[in-house]
Write a protein that binds this ligand. Structure first.
Ligand code: ZN
Length: 382
């Protein structure tokens, strides 16, 4: 900080930091006892365009100081005193105030401060950011919203739930509960490029149909990946008749594992007696895993049928119980092999959902659906 502009800094070694606001010229600066750095600035432009007659104008009518807050320097609050000039147009005789591009019309903060606060809210709950920055939570929400909306726009996404959607070749669809057991949302992703396409209210047939009907080219979808437990199959069959439905393979193994651990828990006391059964179940599960890893389009069906037959004949009860799912989803399980070597999976969608659940749990200040959607669509945040 140059000495001639300081009051308190005379007893300190000071550092010099550029203001980086090209539109302003520094008139004066001081370091207040409170720690605030006060910088008096004035626009570098020597003329302004009259908003009434659009002619350049140079006659300054008067100058009024306006206090604005800028980004802090370490823990020092930075206050800009903008000497705003009022012009009188020589042509149309009307007076006008020069525009302020650093802050915006009637804003008390610089745009770059608002951007900084908005970006902090990407990774921290609203209330934390508000406390840390010494502003209100609503202000933080507003900052986050404008930064996020701009980024969304750059990604070619919109919050308008009526807009048509670009159609990827490989879709992934899943559900999550916004309020446990009450309010469900459907998340639709491009699993080829790992992008969230849309977050849409509800998971019922008509709600999902409305969502899928927004796809611009329904015939361009080659496959839709989903979880066996979800109820999306009818809607996809209805709206995307040309797409193959592929169920996620992770679910198959998880299911088998769950059954094993369930049995293990139930019959722990009979462990000695049960060990051979567990061993057999584990072997059968491993066989299924091998089948999944090594099958091709030509061998998958016959090998799956052989496995089902084996489980049916020799398998322990809990594993036999899973066979109905294999029969019910046989077509969708086998569809996976049509897209090899691409290993189509819903892993990306499930990952997004886990992240979403964490956002809801941590209470990012987004109890309302609008903000939650915005966060999920942004994809790369929190
Ligand atoms: Zn004018």
């Amino acid at each position: 900080m140059p000495n001639q502009h300081t009051t308190e800094a005379v007893n300190h070694e000071a550092i010099l930091v550029p203001l980086d606001l090209a539109e302003f010229h520094i008139v004066n600066q001081e370091w207040l006892a409170t720690g605030t750095i006060r910088v008096e600035v004035i626009a570098t432009a020597t003329q302004a365009t009259c908003p009434h007659c659009h002619k350049p104008c140079v006659k300054i009518h008067d100058t009024r100081p306006r206090k604005k807050r800028d980004r802090a320097l370490r823990e020092h609050r930075v206050e800009l005193i903008v000497l705003k000039r009022r012009f009188r147009c020589l042509r149309c005789r009307k007076a006008f105030t020069e525009p302020d591009t650093a802050c915006g019309w009637r804003r008390k903060t610089t745009a770059r401060l608002r951007e900084e606060i908005g970006k902090r809210a990407y990774t921290q709950p609203i209330s934390h950011v508000a406390t840390a920055c010494g502003v209100g939570p609503r202000f933080v929400q507003g900052c986050f919203q404008s930064v996020a909306l701009q980024e969304l726009q750059e990604k070619g996404l919109t919050l308008d739930e009526q807009q048509p959607l670009d159609t990827p070749e490989f879709l992934g669809i899943d559900e999550f509960a916004r309020r446990k057991g009450h309010v469900y949302e459907t998340i639709l992703c491009d699993v080829g490029t790992h992008q969230v396409l849309e977050v849409s209210a509800g998971r019922k047939l008509d709600e999902v149909t409305t969502l899928l009907e927004r796809l611009r080219e329904p015939d361009a979808v080659k496959a839709v990946s989903m979880d066996m437990s979800a109820s999306y199959r009818p809607a996809v069959q209805l709206c995307l008749p040309k797409a193959h439905i592929v169920v996620d393979q992770q679910f198959l193994f998880l299911r088998a594992q769950e059954d094993l651990s369930e049995q293990h828990a139930q019959e722990r006391t009979l462990i000695g007696e049960q060990l051979p059964v567990l061993e057999l179940a584990w072997q059968l599960k491993e066989e299924l895993r091998t089948w999944y890893a090594t099958s091709t389009m030509t061998t998958a069906a016959s090998n799956l049928d052989a496995w089902i037959e084996k489980v049916h004949t020799f398998g322990p009860e809990p594993l036999r119980k899973t066979l109905s799912a294999f029969k019910n989803w046989r077509h969708e399980i086998l569809a996976f092999f049509q897209f090899l070597p691409m290993r189509l999976s819903n892993g990306f969608v499930e990952g997004k959902n886990n992240r979403t659940k964490a956002i809801i749990r941590q209470g990012y200040g987004y109890r309302n659906r609008y903000h939650l959607r915005l966060r999920i669509l942004l994809g790369n945040v929190a």
